[in-house]
Design a protein around this ligand. Structure first.
Ligand code: F6P
Length: 357
């Protein structure tokens, strides 16, 4: 203890509500509690590669608790081990810049991609601490990531608002939510918003089952249905629907549009009218929920504690309601998928939600 004088912080990957709350927590804990200087690194690892940094003082982080996005900017294209379209290894530059900045520790706030890079840097000797964030909630070894709850709040409100128009027009409304290869957002928002059918990548579905359910509801006087679809479900359980590919990105695939295919089949097979809403980046916008503000504040404080204790290669984590820490390595081994025995799925099935299986 006492050796740490300067901490760097960066936010990498897709933005989400709660990042600013984490930056604020790291900066205030460091400055107030330990007289540590905090260096904000701009645009994720891009700032460390190209030396884009600024000192963060308390005035810079004051008033940002409630703001979405990240005051530091972010990037999901700046991998120091495979930079740019030529995928060049610029990690030496990163180490040089890190030392020139006289940093004693680097706090990396990010999801799967950012934490992978953080782990690689740790293995090469950089003193790194992680904070898990992503609306997808797909990071292992933590119950929740920053941003997930806020994304679910936006998605739930959208599902709530879709109900009246679905009912008035007697339509099937298909709402497609983000989440990449996992169904956390679709499951949580789908249950919270009372989706009649929820499709997630973890549960293979059959289009016939969805049609049967829509028709069954009709027999009971429900002439509309809300189908909540995770962007990562495969069409007819075979093919991921890719919207575009981003060459310079760690994961090049951008999902989106499976709902249009499902809608077309539903219309053909049931004769009912279907409409598609792709909620998209709205799920990453807006203010963080109280849960995310609290989680980010605790994760930020914990990350500073880890840096002070020189527990490098670790990240803040929430397990069974308690803030703790885990090796970053344990968080990136696999994507955290929805557990099919989860009480939430059981409860959803209990109230008649169809998962298309
Ligand atoms: O990982 C967060 C996320 O919002 C995913 O849910 C989504 O698939 C992806 O990022 C979208 O990426 P981009 O912002 O590059 O379009």
């Amino acid at each position: 203890m006492g050796k740490t004088k300067r901490i760097g912080i960066l936010t990498g990957g897709g933005d989400c509500p709660g990042l600013n709350a984490a930056i604020r927590a790291v900066a205030k804990t460091s400055i107030f509690g330990h007289q540590i200087e905090v260096i904000g690194i701009e645009d994720g690892y891009e700032g460390l590669i190209n030396n884009k940094t600024r000192i963060l003082q308390t005035k810079d982080v004051s008033g940002i608790l409630t703001q979405g996005g990240t005051i530091l900017g972010t990037s999901n294209r700046a991998n120091p081990f495979a930079y740019g379209e030529e995928k060049k290894d610029v990690s030496e530059e990163v180490f040089k810049n890190f030392h020139n900045l006289k940093l004693d520790a680097l706090i990396c706030v990010g999801g799967d991609g950012t934490l992978h890079i953080a782990h690689e840097l740790t293995q090469l000797g950089m003193p790194v601490v992680g904070i898990p964030k992503t609306i997808d909630n797909d990071v292992e070894a933590t119950d929740f990531t920053i941003g997930f709850d806020s994304a679910c709040a936006v998605a739930t409100e959208a599902i709530d608002n879709i109900h009246s128009t679905a009912e008035s027009h007697h339509r099937v409304m298909i709402i497609e939510l983000m989440g990449r290869y996992t169904g956390w957002v679709a499951l949580y928002a789908g249950v919270a918003g009372g989706g009649d059918i929820i499709l997630i990548p973890e549960i293979p579905y059959k289009i016939d089952k969805i049609c049967q359910e829509v028709k069954r509801r009709g027999k009971f006087g429900k002439r509309f249905s809300i189908v909540v679809v995770a962007e990562g479900v495969k069409f007819e359980d075979k093919e991921l629907v890719v919207k575009k590919r981003v060459k310079a990105s760690t994961d090049q695939i951008r999902l989106g549009g499976v709902s249009y295919k499902i809608a077309q089949h539903l219309e053909e097979l049931t004769g009912l009218e279907a409409r598609v809403i792709i909620l998209g980046h709205l799920q990453r916008g807006g203010k963080p929920t109280d849960f995310d503000r609290i989680l980010a504040t605790q994760f930020g404080k914990k990350a500073v504690d880890l840096a002070l204790a020189e527990n490098f290669g670790y990240m803040s984590s929430l397990q069974h309601g308690k803030i703790t820490s885990v090796p970053i390595e344990s968080a990136i081994r696999n994507l955290k998928k929805v557990n099919l025995d989860s009480p939430l799925i059981e409860a959803a099935r209990g109230v008649g939600t169809c998962f298309g299986d």
